[in-house]
Design a protein around this ligand. Structure first.
Ligand code: UDX
Length: 446
């Protein structure tokens, strides 16, 4: 089947490469000539494990092409995916749909024969109706259906999420479109991935509901972590204790510095706005978004406390800047709020990240960047693990202790075992886990 993928960003590129890998013929279109030129040369503009090889294999196999000519790609396609950006609109937090609507206009002008237009971008409820209207207005004679097919790809695991999804959500009431979508995803549902076929509006809302629920789960365990610190309980045991209940499930219960990234912050905000517009506020999600925002800043207070109450004139070493490992993405990363707050408190910040430093140089101009974790720790008053990259999981603790000015580690991702760190002579602060020394002194008091 021939597919035109409009937008060669994160979602478009991953989805396009995966569809090509299933044997479909995919042309990824983008208005950014520089990006297309780079892709043609095999240069992938984002860091995503496995993507470079997947793209190269499918380009070599002749199933995946790149270009800027939307008209030509759409004319010969049976399915056209809209995978353009929907950033938060400045000022009001609504999703900015101008790229989606422009794509709809361009597609309408080029469609030939029955065409299924699929919104892959995360769009507010009702956007599919508007896309349908725009196409009808531009091309009253067109034979087409507009389908919502939200993506549930996690950065860093996007290829396996695409190829082994928990489910595929398809929003359309058009029988022909359902058949086209089923054909596109045949390799997956043959592989037992459930197809959830719904109305278009339901599919659009399902995407927001999924992300808001996951953001809520994370925020819940983060608040439990704070409480654990106060009452001397261990949040990892709480997470395991509740997660084994099948109604709750073990995933997304890792306490940390708050969620970031390109999806949760933007999508929770857009859902809040949509719900307010329909006079049906999602108060729980409103609270989640605000608790999460405050949490990122609160992490800097935790670091300052671990440094004895002040970081003025001290160097703080941060390991990890991206919003999570295996990505180079810093959008809404907790590190951004933490760095700013530490600098406001008078600290010098030095940082190391395996993939995020290029992007960080523009966003965090006053940060000193180190070539590796040990150079980062040199003469610093505290080492802070902000993102749980695998390379930070087995650091040489003896060497770090020697390099640091003071043996302080603040582990915002609970990577290390408190016992081991305290045994090595560190003052170790993590998230929602009691300090061994504190519990000993509690026992002594009792
Ligand atoms: C998310 C959704 O998982 C995906 O389905 C959707 O399509 C896009 O948004 P992504 O943003 O790539 O994917 O990353 P994810 O792994 O979900 O993590 C999001 C944030 O939550 C990260 O900052 C991560 O560190 C944080 N997180 C996640 C936690 O703090 N604790 C957890 O238990 C899980």
């Amino acid at each position: 089947m021939r597919i035109a993928m409009i937008g060669a960003g994160y979602v478009g590129l991953v989805s396009g490469a995966c569809f090509a890998d299933f044997g479909h013929e995919v042309c990824c279109i983008d208005t950014d000539q520089g990006k297309i030129d780079a892709l043609v040369k095999g240069q992938i503009p984002i860091f995503e494990p496995g993507l470079e090889d997947l793209v190269a294999d499918n380009v070599r196999g002749g199933r995946l092409t790149f270009g800027t000519d939307l008209q030509e790609a759409v004319r010969s396609a049976s399915a056209v995916f809209i995978a353009v950006g929907t950033p938060s609109r400045r000022g009001d937090g609504h999703a900015d749909l101008s790229y989606v609507y422009q794509a709809a206009r361009d597609i309408a002008g080029a469609m030939h024969g029955y065409t299924v237009v699929v919104t892959k971008s995360t769009v507010p409820v009702g956007t599919g109706d508007e896309v349908e209207r725009i196409i009808r207005e531009t091309r009253p004679d067109a034979d087409y259906a507009v389908v919502s097919n939200p993506e549930f790809l996690r950065e860093g695991a996007a290829i396996s999420d695409f190829k082994r999804p928990d489910r595929i959500v398809i929003g359309t009431e058009d029988g022909r479109a359902q058949a086209v979508m089923a054909e596109l995803y045949r390799p997956l549902y043959l592989n037992q991935a459930p197809l959830v076929v719904t109305s278009r509006r339901t599919a659009e809302l399902t995407k927001y509901a999924a992300n808001a629920f996951l953001a809520t789960k994370i925020t819940f365990i983060n608040e439990m972590a704070d409480l654990c610190e106060k009452v001397g309980a261990d949040v990892q045991d709480v997470a395991r204790g509740i997660g084994l209940d099948k109604r709750i499930g073990p995933k997304f219960l890792h306490a940390g510095p708050g969620y970031g990234g390109s999806c949760f912050p933007k999508d929770t905000l857009a859902l809040i706005k949509t719900a307010q517009d329909h006079a049906s506020p999602v108060r729980l999600v409103e609270t989640v978004a605000s608790v999460n925002d405050q949490r990122k800043r609160a992490m800097s207070r935790k670091i300052i406390a671990a440094c004895g109450g002040s970081v003025r004139g001290k160097t703080v070493a941060l390991l990890g800047l991206t919003f999570k490992p295996n990505t180079d993405d810093l959008r809404d990363a907790p590190s951004l709020a933490i760095v700013t707050a530490l600098q406001d408190a008078g600290a010098r910040v030095r940082a190391y990240d395996p993939e995020g430093m290029e992007a960080a140089r523009d966003l965090l101009p006053d940060v000193e960047f180190a070539p590796d974790p040990y150079a980062c720790a040199h003469d610093a008053s505290a080492l802070v693990i902000v993102t749980e990259w695998d390379v930070f999981r087995a650091l040489d603790l003896g060497r770090l202790k020697h390099l640091l000015l003071e043996p302080v580690i603040v582990d915002l991702r609970n990577v290390y075992d408190p016992r081991e760190l305290e045994r090595t002579g560190f003052r170790y602060v993590s998230v929602g886990r009691p300090l061994i020394s504190d519990s000993r002194s509690d026992r002594a008091m009792a």
